[in-house]
Structure formats: C-alpha cells, structure tokens
Design a protein around this ligand. Structure first.
Ligand code: BGC
Length: 624
C-alpha cells in the first residue's frame, strides 16, 4: 500500500516537473528577445525603398512582436502606457467619444503624441497607428469643422467639392497628429430604415465610386510624393443590401444583418466602388459586421482573400470592425484563427489585447495559423505605416487650420450645395426681400440635431451645445436682408397673432448612430407636425426644411406645404441653409437616393420599389 502511494507520488512529481519544464520553455519562447538590431538598421533609412525597409524590419521581429502589430486597441482599453511596448501594439483608436480629458485640438495632439512616442521607444521603435472616425470632419473634437454627413455630400454630386471637404478634414486630423481615418463609407443603402443611411453617399454605385474616390484622394493627399494619411473605405461588402429584421444584434433591425444578394449582384453592384478605391491607392479597407450566406464577412476568405486581395490586387491591410472578429461563432480562440486565416490583417479587438496576442501566438505555434499568413498581414500593416511616413516625418500642419474660417467656408458651401428643393409652388423660393418670417420646429435652433450623430458623442447630442457652430436659425438671422423680420418659437406658438408672409418649419430627426437608428418607419415627430400646423395658421405660405439623415415618410403631409427643402444633416455651418433659402446659392442638389412614398416600397433596388409603385421622388430629383 505504502509502496504504491510512494510510486504514485513519484510519478506525479515527474509529471509536474515535465509540465513545469514545458511551460517554462513555452513562456521563454513567448518572451524570448528577438535578434539584436544593429545601430543603424536599414529600415530606419528613409531613402531606402519601402519593401526593403519592411523586409529588413521584419527580419528582427519575433512572432510576438508581429502579432502585436495586428492588434487594434481602443484607447480606453489600454491598461498602461507601457503595454504599447510590452505587446508591440500596432494600432489604437478612439472609439467614438474616446477622447482626452481636455477635448481640444491641443489635448488630442498631446494624447496621440504620447501614445506614438511611447510606442517608438520600444525595442524596434515601431510607431503605433492611431485611427478615428473622421466621417464628417474630425468630429470627435470640440472646435472642429463639422461638415455635412456623407448623404449631403452625395446630394451635391460635386466631385471637386467633396475632395476639398476631405482635404480640410485631413488637415484638421493631422493638426491632432492623427494619420488614419475610418472613412469614406462606400455602403449603398437599399432600405433607408437602416440607421446608417446618412453615412453613405448614395445607392448608386456610379456616384458612390466617383465621390468615394474623390474623398479618398482628398484625405490621403500626396504630400512630398506620398500619402499624408490612410483613408479606410468601408464597410466591405454589401451592407446596403442587408434585409430588415435580419440583424444578429437583438437590439437592432437591419444593422449587423444579412446580405442575401447573390455573388453576381455583389460583384456588379457592391464591388465597383471598392475596386475604384483600391485602384486609387486605398491603404486600408474595413470589413463589415454583416453576414453573407451563412458567413460573417470577417470570416469570408473568399471575399477578403480571393476577391479583394487576389483579384482586385489590394495591397493595403484589411481591418475588421468593432469586435467583429469575435462575432464569428466558435469562441474567442477559434474566431481569431478563422478571421486571420480568412484575410483579416488588423483586428479591431478593441478590448483584450493580452488574450488576443497570447491566443494568436499559441495558435500559430500549433500550426493553426500559418506563419506566412502572419508575415503577410504584418507586411501590409508596416508598408502602410512606412507609406505615410510614420517612421520618418509624418505630415504635420499648424494648429490654426483647426476649425478655421477657411474650412468653415468649405463646409458652408457644401451645406448650400447639398440642399435639395423638392417642391416650390409659385416660385416661393428663394425668399424675396422685405419678407416677414416666423420660424419653428425642433431642428431650427438645435446644433446637435443639425450635426447628427458621430459628433463628439457616438449617438450625437440633442441640443444646442457645440461651440463655434451656427444653428440654422442663427444662419437665417445672419443672412436675411435687412428689411426681413424673423420671429422664432420652437413649438410655433408666437406671442404676436399677426400672420407672417412665410413660415419656415425646420423639422426632422433626432440624432442616432448605427443600429440604434434602425426604425420601422422614418417619419416626423408629433411635435414637429404640430409646429408645422401652427405655422400654417400663422403664415401665408409654409416652407418645410427637413433636417434628416434619410427620406422621411411625408407623402400624406407634403400637399399642404408650399415649398420643401431637404437639408440632410448639415453640421456646424447652419448658415449654408440660409444661403439657399435667400438665394445667395442656387439650388443644385439632387436626391442621392429615391424618396419612397411609404415603407411598403422598401427596399428600393436599382431604383425599383419593392411593390412596383413609383416613389414619391425618384433618385436625382431636385428642382433648380
Ligand atoms: C462602426 C465602424 C467604425 C468603428 C470604429 C463601428 O461600430 O461600425 O464604422 O469605424 O465602430 O469606431
């Protein structure tokens, strides 16, 4: 008996020792320092070719350092600054609303610079790439110029203007030392009940290709013969085709849903804007959170590797969307393996980088991920970093450009040119001099509403709060000729009983982002409808200005309005709306997508409604 116990104990001890030794070997090999780097390695030589620099740098990198480059971490998830070096983290982002304590240009500059310089003090000195969603200006930052949301740019149809908007946005980003934007959005909505319709240019691939490319080129620029920052066309691919009530998120209706379109439709309709973006030199592309067939996009080796990389020749890196990799079924360990094998190069984790780096390291050591795949991903990421000069001297710009008059003038021009005139009985617009005006409605004096979401907060802020911005009402007051009188009441309840010549109702949607904006029926609120009715009683004619991210169901109301203007989500420069109404800028905008008469017409595919009836206004409608 005793002998048996002691044999057993001895065996146990041996097993424990073996396990410990194995563990020590694994830990040592995980933490093992990489090959020594000579004093002046080739990769630091800015006159060497990017390929040579990448290859040289990679020859010094351990597997762990390579995997670190593939991690994209939200800034608030970074446990300590030193982790940038410990894990060799490749990318950081501000999830929307993720900001420095002091939310100013200077506060952002200091925050990002601290991250970058910390990362550069690591063994290999690889700078971290910092990204933001500059989707309508550098709109995370107080004091930035807030440009119209993308749908408004689509309505302008103006390639040159869109390029200037992107150039100005890039300058404001660079003023905060940021060289990576998650824009432009190349999605094309077939169903405007989707809460992201306003993030898109249009549902027409030709227009999206043209404006998307202009935006990308404006952002990336070509300073000293190289791009000044990385644009990120998104979301690859087919998000606009997602079907109502197919979302994988229980809180949403469409967003993160199913794209049932067959391959030929994906290729002929959804792929062209991405092809153009790749040809125009896109350095990164973001993969969507949708599902095609039964595969999450971030797991589709066919769409990412075969189509985008092999067929289209995309040489930049593929970044997954927020937590998207972990939406792949099978648990965290398997999900990361599937996504990386399928072609994701940088993983927007965005949280647990420690678990990610360890899991991917183990998976690679076990042969579940080919080391050549890791090398390919890291090469792509490093190439982009070299391309924008992060290792040398990245583009800089003076702080003065931030929210400058020059940029606000571009935004105001974009607002005026985005206005779409849908109805204009008896040529009521432009307004004549000497008019008495009553203004009402929820979006008249509400900079938060006119800016929409992705403005300081992810879901935006409903209210009048953005410093330096001009509300639509303030714009009307500033632009109106001197002999014009303007009274304002939010609800349309005015102290004076006297009828005005014109009632201007500025009405529309409260801010929303992503799936939180999915709705069974986009429409006006009861309060706004009541305000219009009161204006109707108190003015000879009524002009309705729709401040909205998408067509609203107004077919039963519109007959009662004398003139209708769609202002989309104009952003900080509300005076652009007045420029249109008072005739300083002619109406040239057109609808970038068809305007349905009712939700029974949705989805609208290739300008054809679901039930075969005609929309209230077709795509490209707009009175001049
Ligand atoms: C959105 C992306 C965005 C990312 C980072 C995600 O929720 O789908 O469009 O770039 O967040 O903020």
């Amino acid at each position: 008996m005793n002998k048996r116990i002691s044999t057993l104990l001895r065996m146990l001890l041996i097993i424990t020792l073996v396990v410990l030794v194995l563990l020590a070997v694994v830990v040592y090999s995980y933490l093992a320092p990489g090959p020594a780097v000579p004093g002046n390695p080739l990769y630091r030589n800015s006159s060497a070719s990017i390929d040579d620099r990448v290859n040289n740098l990679m020859s010094y990198m351990t597997l762990r350092e390579k995997i670190g480059q593939m991690a994209l971490v939200e800034k608030n998830s970074l446990e300590e600054l030193a982790d940038l070096q410990t894990y060799g983290i490749g990318g950081m982002l501000s999830g929307f609303g993720g900001r420095p304590e002091e939310n100013t240009q200077a506060g952002w500059y200091d925050m990002v610079t601290e991250f970058v310089s910390t990362s550069k003090q690591s063994r290999l000195g690889i700078p971290v790439l910092y990204g933001v969603d500059a989707i309508h200006g550098h709109s995370n930052v107080l004091g930035a110029t807030i440009f119209p949301h993308t749908i408004g740019l689509g309505a302008t149809g103006d390639t040159e203007l869109v390029r200037r908007v992107a150039e100005a946005t890039a300058k404001e980003m660079i003023a905060t030392n940021i060289h990576w934007s998650y824009s432009p959005t190349l999605d094309m909505p077939e169903d405007i009940r989707w809460g992201r319709a306003y993030e898109t240019f249009s549902d027409d691939p030709a227009l999206v290709s043209r404006l998307g490319t202009a935006y990308l080129q404006g952002l990336q620029g070509a300073e000293r013969g190289r791009p000044q920052l990385l644009a990120t066309p998104k979301h690859y691919i087919g998000l606009g085709g997602m079907v109502f009530d197919t979302s994988s998120n229980k809180n949403f209706r469409i967003d993160q849903g199913m794209t049932p379109q067959d391959e030929s439709r994906l290729r002929t309709h959804y792929l062209p804007p991405f092809k153009e973006a790749v040809d125009a030199g896109a350095l990164s592309v973001m993969v969507g959170l949708n599902t095609w067939g039964d595969t999450k996009l971030a797991a589709s080796s066919y769409l990412m590797q075969t189509v985008l990389k092999d067929e289209l020749g995309f040489e930049g890196f593929l970044v997954s969307d927020w937590y998207g990799v972990y939406e792949i079924p099978g648990g965290d360990f398997r999900a990361a393996i599937t996504a990386i094998n399928a072609g994701v190069d940088m993983v927007m984790l965005p949280f647990d980088y420690e678990q990610f780096t360890q899991n991917v390291w183990v998976a690679t050591k076990l042969g579940l991920i080919d080391e050549a795949r890791i090398d390919d991903a890291v090469k792509r990421i490093l190439k982009a970093k070299f391309a924008v000069g992060l290792f040398d001297e990245p583009a800089t710009t003076s702080a003065e450009v931030f929210g400058s008059d020059e940029h606000r003038a571009i935004a105001r021009e974009a607002v005026a040119k985005s206005l779409v005139l849908l109805k204009n009985d008896n040529n009521l617009l432009p307004l004549k001099p000497g008019t008495s005006i009553k203004v009402a409605g929820s979006a008249a004096d509400n900079i938060g509403r006119q800016s929409g979401a992705w403005t300081i907060e992810w879901q935006g802020i409903d209210g009048n709060w953005l410093p330096g911005a001009t509300s639509i009402l303030a714009g009307l007051q500033a632009v109106a000729p001197r002999d014009t009188t303007i009274e304002y009441s939010l609800t349309g309840e005015f102290p004076t009983a006297e009828k005005a010549d014109i009632g201007i109702a500025v009405v529309g949607e409260a801010p929303y982002a992503e799936g939180w904006g999915d709705t069974p029926e986009p429409k006006l609120s009861e309060e706004d409808i009541a305000a219009i009715a009161r204006l109707r009683e108190q003015s000879e004619k009524v002009v309705v200005v729709l401040v909205t991210g998408r067509p609203l169901m107004v077919s039963e109301l519109v007959a009662d309005w004398d003139a209708v203007v769609v202002a989309w989500l104009p952003g900080s420069e509300g005076a652009g709306v007045a420029d249109g109404l008072f005739g300083a800028t002619p109406f040239t905008g057109t609808l970038p997508l068809p305007w349905p008469a009712s939700v029974s017409q949705l989805p609208i595919v290739n300008n054809q409604t679901a039930n075969g009836t005609i929309p209230l206004f077709p795509r490209y409608f707009g009175l001049k």
